[in-house]
Structures are given as structure tokens and as C-alpha cells.
Design a protein around this ligand. Structure first.
Ligand SMILES: [Zn+2]
Length: 164
């Protein structure tokens, strides 16, 4: 679901829906302004090793207990590449660096996801922040991944491998 505020964050008035040119948006009749809701930006890392990739088991909501690709939100002012390095390190303690840009995935909710294939530079992966377990999974044995673009991401990764 796209997150929308119900009330104006400046004056507290209940927002109405109204056409802003061609698009229906939330509108504050007291402030006389449309409310634009920005997307969130996230980065996802596929870290391969031989025929495996690194997955983390989430120790936080959403999808607590599910296996997932290392990922996280990009901070304002931070480059996507730096966010990847930071998030992979925070979750797995390995140093990884972006290797190939796999693509951008958008349109399914509040988050726009940029995906890189990353190179494992140094360190041994272990469960760190917000992660309960870590494992290198063979590509044929990847568990069901919980986020909206995961299937598309894995399919883009297989195409990438095929074209190497
Ligand atoms: Zn208002």
C-alpha cells in the first residue's frame, strides 16, 4: 500500500482527495495545498560466492524470521553505493563493494529499490545488526523471499548470470 497521511501535518485538518491536473491526490482545504508523498529509496545487494549468494535472516519486522537479501534504506545525502556498503557491513560485517548495477524496481508500493551485484572484499559473514542468522544459499535452493520485488530481482540476477 502507498502510505498516505489522513491529516495535514501542518494544521491537522482532515485531508480530502482531489484532482491535481491528471492525478488524484490528498489536499488540505485549510492550507489550500496538495500533499505530495515522496517514495523511499532502498538498496539491495546480491553478494555471490561461487554458486551461492548471501542471505540474512531478519530479526526485525517486517518479515521477522524470513530470509532476505541484504538491503536497507538510503539516507538523504548518501550515495546508493555507500548505502550498499554500509548496509551490507551493518547486517553481515563483511566489506562488499558494488560491482554491477542490476536495475531499479518501482511501482509496487512506497519503496523504490536499486539493486547491485556486489563483490565480497573481506571479512567473514556473521549475523549482526537486526539479523539473527546468515547463510550462503545455492541458487537452486533460495527460500521464498518476502519483499515485493524479490522475484523480479532474482529473475534479473539469473538473466545477468546467463549473459556473463
Ligand atoms: Zn493544512
Amino acid at each position: 500500500m502507498i502510505e498516505q497521511n489522513k491529516y495535514c501535518q501542518f494544521c491537522g485538518t482532515h485531508l480530502v482527495r482531489k484532482y491535481d491536473r491528471s492525478k488524484m491526490r490528498s489536499f488540505c482545504e485549510a492550507c489550500n495545498v496538495f500533499k505530495y508523498v515522496d517514495p523511499k529509496v532502498a538498496v539491495v545487494a546480491i553478494v555471490p560466492s561461487n554458486n551461492t549468494i548471501l542471505l540474512i535472516r531478519r530479526a526485525i519486522e517486517p518479515h521477522l524470521g524470513k530470509w532476505s537479501l541484504p538491503s536497507g534504506y538510503v539516507d538523504r545525502g548518501e550515495s546508493i553505493e555507500n548505502a550498499l556498503v554500509r548496509e551490507v557491513f551493518e547486517e553481515t560485517t563483511i566489506c562488499a563493494s558494488p560491482h554491477r548495477y542490476l536495475g531499479v524496481f518501482s511501482g509496487k508500493g512506497p519503496v523504490i529499490v536499486h539493486v547491485y551485484v556486489a563483490t565480497h572484499k573481506s571479512g567473514t559473514a556473521k549475523a549482526a545488526e537486526e539479523v539473527s542468522e546468515i547463510k550462503w544459499f545455492e541458487l537452486g535452493k533460495i527460500p521464498e523471499l518476502p519483499f515485493p520485488y524479490d522475484q523480479e530481482i532474482m529473475s534479473a540476477y539469473k538473466t545477468y548470470l546467463h549473459n556473463l
